[in-house]
Design a protein around this ligand. Sequence first.
Ligand SMILES: Nc1ncnc2c1ncn2[C@@H]1O[C@H](COP(=O)(O)OP(=O)(O)OP(=O)(O)O)[C@@H](O)[C@H]1O
Ligand SMILES: [Mg+2]
Length: 378
Amino acid sequence: MRKSSNPFLLKGYISAELFCDRKREIEVLFANVQNGIDTTLISARRMGKTGLIFRFFDQLTEQGEKKPIYVDIFSSRNLSDFVKLLAEAILLGFPDKTTIGARFLEFIKGFRPLIGYDPLTGQPQIQINYQSAQEKEYTLQGLLNFLEGQEVPIVLAIDEFQQISQYPEKNIEALLRTYTQNLKYIRFIFCGSRKAMMINLFSNVKRPFYATTQYLMLEEIERKTYAQFIRDKFSGAGMTITEEALEMVLDWSLLHTFYTQSLCNMLYYIADNQIELATVKLACVELLKRNEPVFYQYRQLLTAAQWNFLIAVAKEGGVKQLTAQKFIAKYEIGTPANARRISRSLVEKELLLEIATKKETTYRVYDLFLARWLESEY
Ligand SMILES: Nc1ncnc2c1ncn2[C@@H]1O[C@H](COP(=O)(O)OP(=O)(O)OP(=O)(O)O)[C@@H](O)[C@H]1O
Ligand SMILES: [Mg+2]
């Protein structure tokens, strides 16, 4: 194994050096924050939303004018989880040794919480026991008002925001909207990957957040830019990659950030100094082999008809007309109604990705590794 650490990250964010591009998106985020506009950041899974937020926060911190706070609500199931995660994020943003952090600890003590620190990560953990539903709402309002009251400009990013539409509390959107609409010091970034859900939250006239934010859609990194980044990272480690091999990396991974990173990470790991087409092929096979247990798991969770449908879409690469007679007949799917029902359930399970443009909607197998594996296995 190589001694220096792998420059192709598969998780999170470390530094500008290991982060490719996103200059335009960062400019948009800066401009929005500067102009008092909240942002809704949307992309397919694993395109780089969370990484972008951390990269932006890094620059925001360097500038020193605004304080970033990041909260990931993926694991939250209800309002009290949300409040807990927000309180922990505030404490992480303002450690208890700082003036605001100390004030926050005092403030939160009013809710009689249990405060501890995760023994492994050292991150703060806050447990609050509520007497009533009103008390939860009151606490949420309290947290936001506390932040506002510090009169420090804050950018609060809420990652996996679509999660709130799964909460049993029905009024959560309205509550959040009410509590956030008059905040002067806090700008929000609402981030999520369930595009339909997110757009419904922010563009449905009947919903509280209607037209309150500006959308930022995160797409693939531009091919030339990503190619240069990959060349640079390999050459920085004393390795070279042929143009032919590089083209294959970008084609095979469809420039979908996580998959491109994964393939490069694997190449860095297995290759000697020179990366050629054959090395890339080897890395692809190895990646798919490592992910096989996941694919078997998928298969177990699906009906034969759903699995067959996924194979069909994978074999086609992308499908525009899921109910087209030609497609249905070729893969023995049955009737257009069948195709519609199966595709709806696969989209719901995030196994199929719907890419809608002005002109048309294309469907792809969401997990690119699964797509490549199905393509080659069947
Ligand atoms: N601009 C970038 N340059 C290099 N690597 C990146 C970049 N953006 C993201 N990554 C890497 O790509 C992977 C996916 O990124 P990230 O987790 O940010 O995606 P995401 O859109 O938040 O995904 P999810 O929807 O699953 O939360 C991670 O390994 C991350 O380190
Ligand atoms: Mg993310």
